[in-house]
Structures are given as structure tokens and as C-alpha cells.
Ligand binder design. Structure first.
Ligand code: PMV
Length: 324
């Protein structure tokens, strides 16, 4: 009753920002991501009949409190799906700075879902696995697949039509992502809390929602036709719109700090120098930069020279879940 799975994280080019159902994790809008090979989680799950509760270790540390609760709550979803009542021993290793806006929850819950279902001998499709994974962390449902992935928000109240699908696999197009690591500190406002406050109070939220269908349509065209300029422009604009909604919330908040803006300026400077590069930012201060392989050296150098940048991690498009 043991299995090990590896999942890569993903970075949204069109963001998931807001839920229509909290417990089932149903989003208000479709989102679209690239799976990244530079960040991943490996998780082993062992279901044992001698355990009195679940146990969770992350990078060899025993985890309690809120992160433990999220894992056990998700294991309850898997147990209920499988109609089994066994507790599990879970060991995860993250090659991602946890909770610093690098979507550690995406690779984390995708690896957990894959390992837990395999340990219970559930032979389920990727679609079904994505639907289950979504209930651990929304963005994680996209990490089941490699390459370019769209999460359909669905319209049903039970969430059965809310899961991710692959648009193009990791071999379709070699575009790269540089992650500028500003801080490995835990973020102040979780994505969960941030999106809730935004949905409930932001005067800009409807504008965000109204803009999604067009962004999605053009983004998909850009990916299929490998139009880097188009994909980059939409990615950056979509990110700015998402972050604008936090400024219109009550009380207002932002995930950016001075170093975040310094990196954004570096990206604008790269473009001034004729290098197509575009930024995107999630629920934390770190910045990810999209670029083409031929510009890797220059992009990395400029990012490393930017004030407040502690490290730069380069990624290619990554593959979907795999089992060890
Ligand atoms: O699934 P969560 O709770 O990690 O939320 C992810 C939210 C963003 O990273 C900001 C956007 C996204 O689509 O990944």
C-alpha cells in the first residue's frame, strides 16, 4: 500500500484568482499554465492499518498545524473516493521554496494525489486525478499534465466538470521561465485568503472576470502558433490585472515589494534592449520571467544584477506526473 510520485509545479499565464465554491475549490474563471521542470515535489504515501492518524513529513521535518490539516483534509477526500479508512504516512521533498509564491502547493498536492491514489491501487484517468487534486489546491490540478495546460472552471455545483486538460505537451515549444527569488520567507497573505478578500470586496473584480475570455482565446492562439510576443504580452497584462484587483479590495493589499518592482523594471529594460522578455507574479513577491532560449544568458545576467534578487532559477517546460 505504498507509492511514490513526482509532480512539477506550474506557473499560470492566465491566473486562477477567485473561487465560486470554497470547500470544493471551484474557480470563478478558467486559467492556463506552463508546467516547469525546475521546481518539483516527490511524495511517498504509505497507508498502514497500525496508524491512529495521518503523519506528514516535509523535507524530513515533522509537520503540524495548518499545513498538516490541509494534507489530512485532502487525504479524507481520497479516502472517501476510494471508500477506504486507512491512515497514511506521507513523506514529501520539495525542490521549491515553500510558500514563497512558487506554487509549492501545486506540485505538492499533485504529487500527493498521484501517490495516494496509486498506493490505494485506484486506476484512475488523468482527468479524474486532476478533479481530485483540485480539491487539495486549485492550481495543483494543472500539474497533472506537462506542457501547456488549461483548467476548465466548469459550471456544475458538484465540480464534476472542473478539471485541467493539456493544450500542448512539453515538446511543443521551447520557451523558458526564469524565477527571480527575492525571499524564501513565508508570505503574509495566502492565496486562499487573498482571493477570498478580493472576490468579496474588490471593486475591480468584475472587470477582471470580464477580461478573461478574450485573454484565454488569444493566449491559446499564441501558444498553438508559437507567437512569443503575443503570449508574453497577454501573460504580463493578465498578471497586472490580477494584482490590480488586490488594490481595489477592502482592506487593500499587494503582494509586491520594492524588489518585485525592481525586477519588473529589469524586464522592461530587457525589452528596451530588444530582448523579448515578459514577467508574471503570483501570490507572493517573487517574479517569473518568460524568455526564449537564445536570450538565456543575457536574461539571467540582468536578473542576477537586479537589486534584491537572491537567486535565479531557470526552467524549461516540464512533464506531467510520474511514478517512481
Ligand atoms: O491554488 P493556489 O491556492 O495555490 O492558488 C494559486 C493562485 C495563483 O498562483 C496566484 C494563480 C494561479 O493560477 O496559479
Amino acid at each position: 500500500m505504498q507509492a511514490t510520485a513526482l509532480a512539477h509545479t506550474n506557473i499560470a499565464l492566465i491566473k486562477y484568482w477567485g473561487k465560486r465554491h470554497d470547500a470544493l475549490i471551484l474557480p470563478t474563471n478558467n486559467s492556463l499554465s506552463i508546467t516547469l521542470d525546475g521546481f518539483y515535489t516527490t511524495t511517498s504515501v504509505t497507508f498502514q492499518d497500525d496508524l491512529k492518524q495521518d503523519e506528514f513529513y516535509l523535507n524530513d521535518q515533522w509537520i503540524t498545524g495548518v499545513p498538516y490539516k490541509r494534507v489530512t483534509t485532502f487525504l479524507d477526500v481520497v479516502r472517501s473516493y476510494a471508500q477506504r479508512q486507512l491512515y497514511a504516512h506521507v513523506e514529501s521533498f520539495n525542490k521549491v521554496p515553500t510558500a514563497a509564491g512558487f506554487a509549492s502547493s501545486a506540485s505538492g498536492f499533485a504529487a500527493l494525489a498521484a501517490a495516494a491514489t496509486r498506493a490505494l491501487d485506484l486506476n484512475i484517468s488523468h482527468e479524474e486525478l486532476s478533479r481530485l487534486t483540485r480539491q487539495g489546491s486549485g492550481s495543483a490540478c494543472r500539474s497533472i499534465y506537462g506542457g501547456f495546460v488549461e483548467w476548465h472552471k466548469g459550471t456544475k455545483t458538484d465540480g464534476s466538470d472542473s478539471y485541467a486538460v493539456q493544450i500542448a505537451n512539453e515538446n511543443h515549444w521551447d520557451i523558458r521561465v526564469a524565477a527571480a527569488v527575492l525571499t524564501a520567507d513565508e508570505k503574509d497573505i495566502s492565496s486562499r485568503e487573498g482571493m477570498k478578500r478580493t472576490v468579496d470586496t474588490s471593486v475591480f473584480y468584475q472587470g477582471w472576470l470580464d477580461s478573461i475570455p478574450r485573454d484565454l482565446e488569444e493566449m491559446k492562439q499564441g501558444i498553438i502558433s508559437k507567437d512569443f510576443e503575443k503570449v508574453g504580452r497577454i501573460t504580463e497584462a493578465n498578471c497586472l490585472k490580477m494584482h490590480a484587483t488586490t488594490l481595489g479590495a477592502q482592506p487593500p493589499f499587494t503582494y509586491w515589494n520594492a524588489s518585485t518592482m525592481a525586477v519588473m523594471e529589469t524586464v522592461l529594460e530587457l525589452r528596451t534592449q530588444g530582448i523579448p522578455a515578459f514577467f508574471t507574479i503570483d501570490a507572493g513577491p517573487n517574479v517569473k520571467v518568460l524568455y526564449l532560449p537564445q536570450h538565456e544568458e543575457k536574461v539571467e545576467k540582468m536578473l542576477r544584477e537586479t537589486k534584491g534578487v537572491a537567486d535565479v532559477i531557470l526552467s524549461r517546460t516540464g512533464s506531467g506526473i510520474s511514478y517512481k
